[in-house]
Ligand binder design. Structure first.
Ligand code: DLL
Length: 435
């Protein structure tokens, strides 16, 4: 189901015309209304009248998360407070939160892009969607909520957590779709089984999972556990929230709504724009947002872009599943390791459950990586030799795939804390010791 056929299947020339027009307006908007941008343009010697086409985007300055913090709370807004009708914020582990504001038109835009996203999973007015992303300052809950209302689905605003209630309503209200983080979806799946609920009593067919990196291996597990099709949805508060891009039925990358968010992939070191197909950092420019447009915002998410038309008929550029954030990348004795790579290795083995944790330490100036792996209930054994062999096999698979040795600790089923939102997969004690 394509929500906005005109845009989602537009030919590239038509789309570029639309982008160009909107881009120029956006540049004027930030230049005249936000001192921060005016200063940046002046420092870079850029005159407003010189910017005539979106092709010049690559020559304009970047915006970073620290710029949002430095202008806390409302310094990057282009409108007075009386036009802001919603505020969200991301907690951030250190310092001040990053704040985002929305005008009425921004909220319309947000529901439009989420409506497009849900339509990719064929969610419409015959559906009952359980929104189990957190409601509050986090954009997940309310973001998906408004888009779900727009497509006419019956929305259950249950928010995150309270797993028993989630399962009860799933059965009683006949939920056909669930939106939550993939790690929580895995937990819901196993809870469904341990509660002894017969799958026949559940109408669930689709999951809208995002807000954290997850692998295709985890997708398979969650699809099996819940007997659904699991779709990846991507977004970040600074750009709008969920609904920056979403996977269609082909599950071949997430379509980015380029009529609102212009993507670029850059080399995070040289900051040069990379060609389609190359792995690098995703950067977005919003061209229609009113309250807080962002110019070349560095997401620090690592992925690739693909231009080819998709089997679903959409022409919108696709982004691969995110490998992770550049700031989540662990460097273990000089080797770059993303938690998602470990996840892929673990979940290729049927013995591992989707619950794991990486613990990094520094001992005698050497980094050590420990991987706590929770075993699937069926494979837990009292036989030490069985466990020892399995542990060695996992250690071998990690070493041969990632090129780094790790100590694996097999832990009992249900012993790793479950997350209701974004899972905390890494405990890096090196950082703690530094501060
Ligand atoms: O996580 C918005 C969201 C809510 C997206 C619900 C999808 C579903 P933030 O809290 O600002 O916003 O976190 C944004 O989360 O830069 C990525 O690192 C990560 N992220 C979001 N979606 C995905 C995804 C929301 N599908 C940060 N795959 C982003 C991988 C994701 N990482």
């Amino acid at each position: 189901m394509i929500w906005n056929e005109f845009i989602e299947t537009a030919d590239k020339e038509r789309l570029k015309e639309i982008q160009n027009e909107r881009f120029i307006k956006m540049i004027e908007r930030i230049y005249y209304n936000v001192p921060f941008y005016r200063r940046k343009f002046n420092e870079a010697g850029i005159e407003l009248c010189d910017i005539k086409s979106i092709d010049q985007l690559k020559d304009l300055p970047f915006t970073e998360k620290t710029d949002l913090r430095d202008n806390y709370p409302f310094g990057l807004f282009t409108v007075p407070q009386n036009q802001i009708i919603r505020l969200h914020a991301s907690s951030g582990t250190t310092g001040k939160p990053t704040v985002v504001g929305y005008t009425r038109s921004d909220l319309h835009l947000w529901s439009e892009v989420v409506a497009r996203s849900l339509s990719m999973a064929n969610i419409g007015q015959d559906d009952v969607i359980q929104v189990a992303y957190g409601y509050g300052l986090f954009t997940g809950g309310l973001g998906v909520h408004y888009g779900a209302e727009k497509v006419g689905a019956s929305v259950i605003p249950i928010s995150g957590g309270n797993t028993k209630k989630q399962l009860q309503l799933m059965v009683d209200f006949g939920s056909t779709a669930i939106a939550c983080t993939p790690s929580y979806a895995a937990h819901l799946g196993e809870s469904l089984i341990s509660a002894g609920i017969d799958r026949k009593n559940i109408k669930l067919k689709a999951g809208i999972f995002g807000a954290e990196p997850w692998t295709n291996e985890l997708r398979k597990q969650v699809e099996n556990l819940l007997s659904i099709k699991a779709y990846d949805i991507y977004g970040l508060s600074e750009i709008i929230g969920p609904g920056v891009s979403m996977e269609c039925e082909s599950q071949n990358g997430m379509h980015i709504y380029e009529d609102h968010f212009i993507p670029e992939i850059i080399d995070p070191d040289t900051l040069e724009v990379l060609p389609y197909g190359e792995l690098g950092e995703l950067v977005f420019t919003t061209i229609t947002k009113e309250a807080m447009p962002l110019l070349r915002y560095r997401t620090h998410d690592l992925t690739r872009l693909h231009l080819e038309k998709c089997d679903c008929g959409r022409t919108l550029v696709r982004m691969d599943k995110c490998v992770g954030r550049s700031d989540d990348m662990l460097i273990i004795r000089g080797v770059n390791v993303f938690p998602s790579q470990i996840e892929a290795v673990l979940l290729e083995m049927s013995e591992a459950s989707p619950h794991y944790q990486l613990v990094v330490n520094r001992e005698n100036n050497l980094d050590t990586l420990e991987v706590n792996v929770e075993l699937d209930d069926h494979f837990w054994s009292d036989e030490i030799r069985t466990l020892e062999n399995l542990k060695k096999r996992i250690e071998h698979n990690i070493a041969s795939t990632l090129g780094v040795s790790a100590k694996v600790n097999l832990v009992e089923p249900f012993s790793i804390a479950r997350s209701e939102g974004k899972a905390q997969r890494v405990i890096d004690n090196r950082k703690k010791n530094q501060s």
